[in-house]
Write a protein that binds this ligand. Structure first.
Ligand code: FAD
Length: 666
């Protein structure tokens, strides 16, 4: 084993972590063993090194024993490396003269033999002792933070995050790809469990966004490029042409009234295709911004999106002196600089056609939950009158839960909101139609505040709950009562037999899935996704709105299914995290960056390998240069450099080789 340099004075601490480590590792024996290694002047075991007394112990010992290196053997560096670095710095040492050994996740938690686990802990500690002798003092670099924030997605998550930041005086760019902000919530009539009117709570927030002096709202837009690093992102936003000048349009909608199409003719996306709109339209009455748009695919002045100028342009006449209509508008791009980004791109409902046995698309009276949200809505296509596609009013309605959730064949996860919104729709459908309502469920999941009480209320209202996964929806009648009806075939798992229930209308409670383009968005913002495709948080408990890219946060259903209260809470948390960075004004950078040594031959082989585009070529010096702010210390270039001319702070060759040496030499 290489013996440490003469002037090295190492303090070693092994943590019991309560029973987490001490139950499998003989901590006093490890401390005693390490105390005899060359260079170690002090070796202790302690119950909780991360506690205040544990940290104070390190600080006191640095002064008393003149320590110039510290090693702590405890849990994962992910959890407490910063804690101990801070303790070492408070004791007067450079924080990078410290090394941490993980004897919990790497040892006590994964072994069952105490003797062997103790031997392994000794080996890991020995390796760290030899390595830390080569540690160098490093400076902490500070990178300034641009104070502006980008919020991507204008659902309730994006709206709440943007308003929180803007009300705190921060400048926010809110980019929404649909013509209006509002997301899914804007389509709902009521929200569970309080049944308060969704528009009444959402639209004031939407108007506030539209009028807020600190918010620049770009709807009908999306982000196409992001460069830079935490505190200094350069983002390119693509703005789709509305063929309406946003500054000049007053939202009077005269153009819609005077369109050459006298009647609405084209499927209305906001109403899930249940209503019709004209080629010039506004998504819904409270749309924000209150600016109309023209659909070039169906407008007579275009042919399949290409301008022909062949329409009489009655809309232009109606607009008059306002001159807001501009058929020559093109896609525009804008470049903005921001310091932090909140991604709040939401979810997409499960595509029910993937379960053909439920008959969506084959039987007209099978609906998705979102369609029913529009049907029961006073501002929906039928003004809240529940008329079926075949013109009848339903007398019996089936609501099938867990469509595309908790199913190995589609999605394994629970979508968390379907039980509750199914009950909400059951209540509203009963209120609007007086029909018999049957809920087909696997388990009722109602864990939120007032949710269980809502379930009780539904039972009292006489809504039926039948436990069992529906096998199929069919129109094949076996009895006279089933004639002209849709029949639900289900195994009632409480009663223990197969039932056939005839109904007039079927509602499919679709699960929540990641957006179709979530992989593109993930790549754009250097984020990760979990196995199911939702964006991955840095730590599920301790950093639930952070991502693995510094300065980029997530909020709402893009991280996983959740209801509106949880979405709003998370959006507030993401805004707070962004504000912490902005108000601090700078971030301290981990100095684990790579650097180019003078003997670089300028072969450029490292440049395309860098996943963070942190390496460039300096034509004057004919050598590679590394942008430290972009470098994440992944080490790819260090390993790939053919002439060994790239070094990396905290991972120098002598540190790594001595650690291996220490591990292998007894
Ligand atoms: C049928 C149904 C009923 C529900 N009822 C209730 C209820 O009563 N109460 C309740 O608490 N919860 C309910 N929920 C859950 C609720 O919808 C969600 O909690 C909420 O919508 C999540 O908000 P969000 O902002 O995260 O996502 P979304 O509402 O999906 O908003 C995301 C926004 O981001 C935009 N976007 C997406 N990708 C991009 C991109 N790349 N660039 C720019 N913009 C983008 C979208 O256009 C959208 O405007 C219901 C869900 C469903 C399916």
């Amino acid at each position: 084993m290489v013996s440490p340099k003469q002037d090295i004075r190492i303090g070693f601490y092994v943590c019991h972590c309560g029973h987490n480590i001490a139950s499998m590792v003989d901590c006093p024996a490890v401390a005693e063993y390490v105390g005899q290694l060359p260079g170690v002047v002090l070796s202790r075991d302690y119950k909780y090194m991360c506690s205040d007394p544990g940290q104070e112990l390190i600080q006191k010992d640095i002064a008393e024993f003149d320590l110039n290196r510290v090693v702590v053997a405890s849990c994962s560096p992910l959890l407490h490396e910063h804690t101990f670095r801070n303790a070492v710095a408070a004791g007067g040492l450079n924080p990078f003269l410290f090394h941490m050994v993980n004897i919990r996740e790497h040892d006590s938690w994964v072994h069952t033999d105490r003797q062997e686990a103790t031997a392994k802990a000794k080996g890991l500690a020995r390796a760290a002792i030899v390595r830390v002798a080569h540690a160098k003092s490093l400076p902490v670099k500070k990178v300034p933070i641009h104070p502006d924030v980008l919020v991507v997605g204008g659902g309730i998550a994006g709206i709440h995050a943007a308003l929180t930041l803007a009300n705190a005086g921060k400048k926010v760019f809110l980019v929404e790809r649909e013509p209006s902000i509002g997301g899914h919530m804007a389509r709902f009539d009521k929200t569970f469990p309080t049944l308060d009117c969704a528009a009444c709570i959402l639209t004031p927030k939407m108007s506030e966004v539209g009028a807020h002096p600190n918010i620049t709202l770009w709807s009908y837009s999306d982000v196409v490029k992001m460069d830079g690093y935490v505190g200094n992102y350069t983002v390119t936003v693509r703005r789709q042409p509305r063929y309406i000048n946003e500054e000049l349009c007053t939202g009077c909608q005269e153009c819609i009234g005077n369109c050459i199409y006298k009647e609405p003719k084209f499927p209305d996306e906001f109403n899930e295709g249940l209503g019709k709109r004209k080629p010039v339209y506004i998504s819904f009455p409270q749309a924000t911004p209150q600016v109309v748009l023209i659909d070039p695919e169906v407008c007579l002045n275009f042919r399949h999106g290409v301008l022909t100028d062949k329409c009489k342009k009655t809309c232009v006449e109606a607009c008059g002196d306002r001159k807001a209509i501009d058929f020559t508008q093109k896609v525009e791009t804008r470049e903005i600089k921001v310091g932090t980004i909140i991604v709040a791109t939401g979810f997409k409902p499960f595509d029910v056609k993937r379960i053909p046995q439920y008959g969506y698309g084959s039987y007209p009276n099978v609906y998705t939950a979102l369609e029913v949200e529009r049907l029961v809505n006073a501002s929906g296509p039928t003004s809240g009158d529940v008329i079926l596609r075949d013109g009848r009013h339903p007398q019996a309605i089936a609501i099938i839960h867990c469509v595309g959730s908790r199913d190995k064949k589609t999605n394994r996860w629970c979508s968390r909101v379907c039980c509750m919104y199914s009950m909400k729709l059951a209540h509203l459908l009963k209120e609007h139609t007086g029909a018999e309502i049957y809920n087909f469920y696997i388990d009722i999941r109602a864990p939120g505040k007032g949710y269980e009480e809502f379930y009780d209320k539904l039972n009292e209202e006489g809504v039926h709950f039948i436990r069992g996964r529906v096998g199929e929806v069919t129109d094949w009648a076996m009895t006279p009562e089933e004639e002209g009806k849709l029949v639900i075939r289900v195994e009632d798992t409480l009663a223990g037999f197969v039932r056939r229930i005839p109904v007039d209308m079927v509602v499919l409670a679709t699960g929540l899935e990641p957006q179709a383009d979530s992989q593109d968005v993930r790549r754009l913002f250097n984020m990760s996704c979990g196995t199911e495709g939702f964006f991955l948080e840095r730590h599920p408990k301790l950093a639930p709105v952070n991502t693995f890219t510094d300065g980029i946060f997530i909020a709402g259903c893009c991280q996983g299914p959740r209801d509106i209260p949880d979405t709003v809470a998370q959006a507030g948390a993401a805004a707070a995290e962004a504000m912490v960075l902005i108000d601090k004004g700078y971030i301290e950078q981990e100095p684990n960056t790579a650097y180019i040594q003078p003997d670089c031959s300028g072969c450029k082989s490292c440049i395309p390998l860098c996943p963070y585009t942190a390496i460039a070529f300096d034509a004057t010096t004919q050598k590679a240069v590394i942008n430290e702010a972009l470098c994440k210390g992944c080490g790819t270039c260090v390993a790939a450099c053919p002439s060994g001319s790239i070094g990396q702070n905290l991972f120098e060759d002598d540190e790594i080789f001595s650690e291996i040496d220490g591990l292998l030499t007894n």
